[in-house]
Design a binder for this molecule. Sequence first.
Ligand code: NAD
Length: 501
Amino acid sequence: MGGPESRRDVGESLNRDGTRNMTNSTQLAVIGGGPGGYAAAFLAADLGMQVTLIDEAADPGGVCLYRGCMPSKALLHVAKVLTEAREARAWGVEFGEPALDLDRLRTWKEGVVGRLTGGLGQLSTQRGVTYLRGRAELLGPTSLRVTRSDDIDGDDEPVDLTFAHAILSTGSRPAVPAALSLDSERVWDSTRALDLPSVPGSLLVVGGGYIGLELGSVYAALGSAVTVVEMTSGLLPGADRDLVSVVARRLDSLCEAVRLETTVVGLADDGDGVRVTLEGAAIDHPEHHFDRVLVAVGRVPNSDIPGLERTAVQRDARGFVVVDGQRRTGEPSLFAVGDLVGEPMLAHKARHEARIAVEAIAGHKAGFEPRAIPAVVFTDPEVAWCGLTETQAKADGRSVQVARFPWAASGRAMTLDRPSGVTKLIIDPESEQILGVGIAGSGAGELIAEGVVATEMGATAADLRLCIHPHPTLSETLMESAEVFFGQSTHVYRPKRARKA
Ligand code: NAD
């Protein structure tokens, strides 16, 4: 059983001890098939390299496609439809209470994932990438062994592979601090929550970061009474407060409670739910009871790659693999990308790093030096930013000018009944260059792409002001923010400022 899943046959040879092993050599081995890994493998194949991609799953995709970005965005789409259907009452349309069919919802979501990962499998085959399904162990700086995960009977020999270069892209997994570690089906991590096991009557979300807010919003829209606890003084720590307050206001009405400066210090399954002990300045009574608990307090890198100790790869105190500007590790033949090498743990950062690493391996001049890595929190409304934030500018003691356009002055936002958003530009007061962009509101995740282009290309506020934006769209809020900078926004009155000579 368990014939080769690889998309190209591998050879077979005798080991020194007489056992028979599948062996092969490849120019580039990529360990981990997430957005960093498959992007690296595909680009390398496009550049003419012979590539082997290794992952335990049936097809490439990684956490993002199987247990992260994609299933969560499918569910967030449903959550938005549910919320808008309820809100439509105010617009004179009555749908009645939505009836949920959890099995069909789950099947639809899994269908989305299946189509996407299947598509990646096809793309991999089309490019002639050898896909080895299994778990890799490094045997040294230029060799590895793959234990097959498609070997149902356990009688397939491992595959040994030698390579000129390898890219490590093994990603990350949810962090589970000791106080939140409880072996109970009532305590979920994000993977479990995305399986949609049930819609609990009450759900405690521990962590007011990306995952807590996105999945908390999904379950609140599906009908759970959601409480979010966040240990710091605000949701989405690190993001600008004026952006966060837009989503925080809506979460206040969507959720049962949002408790800041609150920490979970104990969890116990009482057979009927989870008894939770909270600690924090504003906690009147510490003991609470929830049907389910979702723990979303960050992620840790999967840097415990078997055999890594046989190489010169270094890890930092948090377990991230240390890399240089081309994503090369301390071992010259090994590169690393994505969550494995540090924050921000975002699929698009991994994908860009993959490009840099592959180009470096191909001998091109390449370096990882983005001015603007976009971040998007796909709540409703979305929160997105790129480049320099106001918070960061303040922390760095850097003087910036902020031009803010409130969506209450946007016709398009009004027609969507979403006037509470904001778009802002962070501008260098001397050069008038756009250093960063922040947006909170419907579709902010799409809109921020313009901010990325403007920031990366060193556009000035005048450049953005002079670009004709289509009317009526939310994209006009970017142009109008630039107009605000000059005190000339058509829809916002601001006292005039002197133009630079
Ligand atoms: P996160 O770092 O975004 O948020 C974790 C939050 O938990 C923080 O606000 C932190 O202060 C809080 N926290 C930590 N310990 C706590 C405790 N004991 N009690 C209460 N609060 C506590 O982490 P995440 O939400 O788990 O997401 C992990 C990573 O996955 C993110 O950093 C992000 O890079 C990535 N991600 C991105 C997206 C996206 O791009 N839309 C979506 C999901 C996840």
